[in-house]
Write a protein of this length. Structure first.
Length: 98
């Protein structure tokens, strides 16, 4: 079981990885459609690169959401007020993906 500090450290690490990988999305935003197509859709290697980065960003976002939920739960446990876990203080995300 991680400490609260350990969970916050993991959250910070996930946030920094998301930040760094989002530069990829900003590069795409600056491209024209033709440039985007030529860079990522025209070749199998480009398609694989695009898939890999998007997959990584999705995984990091899921990890980040799970860590936030775990930190919220740990704080409620630490203050010894389980009645706070009624949806008002801990708001788990509704996820429609596997």
């Amino acid at each position: 079981m991680d400490t609260l500090g350990g969970l916050i450290d993991k959250l910070y690490t996930a946030d920094m990885k998301m930040w760094n990988n989002q530069e990829f999305l900003y590069d795409i935003r600056r491209m024209s459609f033709d440039d985007f197509y030529g860079e990522y859709l025209d070749t199998k290697e480009g398609q694989q690169k695009l898939y890999d980065v998007l997959h990584k960003l999705c995984d990091l976002n899921l990890q980040r959401s799970d860590l936030i939920d775990e930190i919220d739960q740990r704080i409620v446990e630490m203050i010894g007020r389980p009645e706070l876990d009624n949806g008002r203080y801990i708001q788990r995300k509704h996820k429609t993906y596997p």
